[in-house]
Design a protein around this ligand. Sequence first.
Ligand code: ADP
Length: 194
Amino acid sequence: MRLLLLAPPGAGKGTQGDRLAARYGVRHIAAGDLLRAEAQAGGPLGAEIAACQARGDLVPDHVVLDVMTPAVVEAAAHGGYILDGFPRNLPQALAAAELAARLGVTLQAAVYLHAPDDVLTRRLLGRAGQGGRTDDTADVIRHRLQLFAETTGPLVPYYAERGILVEVNADQSPDAVTADIEAGLSKLSPAGDA
Ligand code: ADP
């Protein structure tokens, strides 16, 4: 299975990504996690990534691609991947398609998880209260949601045109979301690819 999760902050990409990876026996590759690890490793690049993440801005595309490419290549050789948080803009989507073509594979599904901004904000602020991430503050959350709408949102029609979009209401219990994803995937045409 080669699938990507397209979702605003707080929609449950991490939870659903873990479940889908277990279900299909493939790697869950979370761009935000890989970038946080790189930031922790320090150095000038680490500092630049940490600063972008703290502001809720996108990390530059070339940095994201340097971090994601080896993970995708490795996973593609082991049955596939669940991409979480990548691609996040059109140039990244084009780079991901190019990488897949180079590896001789196609993307089989793009799962779009959506929920109203007030629900997402409430979830993220709740997570912050439980010792969550430093970018889960009201101002940074607002910025991340706005960036999703402006920059990542256009990928929804991009993947719909390619016949591989599965749209799921994420304003439900995690189990209900997983069930809807499975139902959506089973309806996709096996010929769809991107
Ligand atoms: P969320 O979806 O809740 O914002 P993520 O862990 O996916 O959480 O992303 C956290 C941060 O990591 C983003 O705000 C951004 O700074 C950076 N990031 C993650 N994925 C990408 C990407 N594909 N391109 C650029 N920056 C990214």
